[in-house]
Design a protein around this ligand. Sequence first.
Ligand SMILES: Cc1cc2nc3c(=O)[nH]c(=O)nc-3n(C[C@H](O)[C@H](O)[C@H](O)COP(=O)(O)OP(=O)(O)OC[C@H]3O[C@@H](n4cnc5c(N)ncnc54)[C@H](O)[C@@H]3O)c2cc1C
Length: 392
Amino acid sequence: MNKEYDYVIVGAGIAGCSTAYFLSKYSKSILLIDRNSDVAFGASGAAGAFLSPLLGKPNKFKDLISKSLIFSTQFYKNLGNEFISNCGVNRIPKNQEDREKFESYKPYIDFDYEVMDDGYFFKIGSQVIPSLICEFLTKNVEKKLSFEVLNIEQNSDNSWQINKQVKAKNLILTTGADVKHIKEEYFDIRAVWGQKIDISTSTQTQINYHKECSVSKAFKIENSDLYKVSIGATHHKFDCDKNICNYCIENANINECSKCYNSTIINKDSQKLIELASDIVKLDNIKVVDVKIGARASSNDYFPMLGKLVDSKKSIEKFPHLLNGTHIKDSMLETIENLFVINGVGGRGFVLSPYLANQLVENIINKKEIEEEIKTHRLFKRWAKKQKNKKK
Ligand SMILES: Cc1cc2nc3c(=O)[nH]c(=O)nc-3n(C[C@H](O)[C@H](O)[C@H](O)COP(=O)(O)OP(=O)(O)OC[C@H]3O[C@@H](n4cnc5c(N)ncnc54)[C@H](O)[C@@H]3O)c2cc1C
């Protein structure tokens, strides 16, 4: 017989695990599913997981990142000191042009900083440990791991059937760059692949740095005089298989794929990261001890997507003049019942996810409104307008 849950979450990265955590305050009937054999094995397992402020002139995206950074830093700190290294980050301009930009941003910087060496030191800068955090957030949540979701169908009562094996009153998709189960055309995600390496070194860095890459504070390696330092990350757009587990890169036949992240690119990226890091801080006796790759899920406008999905077919049937560019209030659009998403967290998933997951759960349980900029409605409306132009 099918097992039934009030909430099924597909995707056990930082977005899904944060959602499970906030939801578990309200419900005991939650199942967290992932195709991998443990949590944080997708992009979340590849992340350097640095938390750093966004600098720039005032705009809505910067506001979102600043609010999320404050919320998420406090959230991780409340979990316990072992989950976060709040050692600060020195943000170093890349070149003279970048330095001038930094200067022009000074009136709009949302966080305390002081000038340090070549850069600007922000106390709020941190790094977190993805696997520890995701495990802790979901320790009381039922999980179904090594379970690939192949098929999702909606029942006549608006509940969901997953692989004809699990029934969910509400389904939450936090599947990162793999959005094949989201059938809406306007829901467009680009996979931005990247690599992070861990090195052993005899140099003891005391803080995080960010210039063209990020370099972490050093952590002592047990029974050794050496330290572990993380260096991230690179960016590529490949048409790769998104079904990749960071902990089984070799098993994913990645080296056999000439189009995407093959061993040549992995080695080149490791070299590049070491060079970029050496431009920030002198690191002695370097040896690469771990390499992880992953696909960041990026939206076209860089904002994340949160909440219900607009049902494009039903909305257009109800308001055909949407295709003529007529404005319809968000609240009038038809949405898909009992289906929710968190996606598009891009290169800042560890900054955004706790903030977004809390907002999603407050929306589902307490009907609190989701911020305008991050709802899926904006994407639907832009897509609908383009359909009108296509018709011409
Ligand atoms: C190299 C690199 C460095 C990064 N550095 C940082 C950083 O310093 N700071 C920062 O904040 N962010 C960083 N990021 C970004 C961050 O990793 C992502 O934004 C975040 O991990 C995305 O989390 P997620 O939960 O949305 O996706 P994921 O972690 O990818 O989780 C999605 C999960 O869904 C599962 N899934 C998908 N489809 C199915 C299916 N059909 N059936 C079952 N399971 C399924 C996958 O197996 C996966 O585990 C980095 C990313 C990369 C790649």
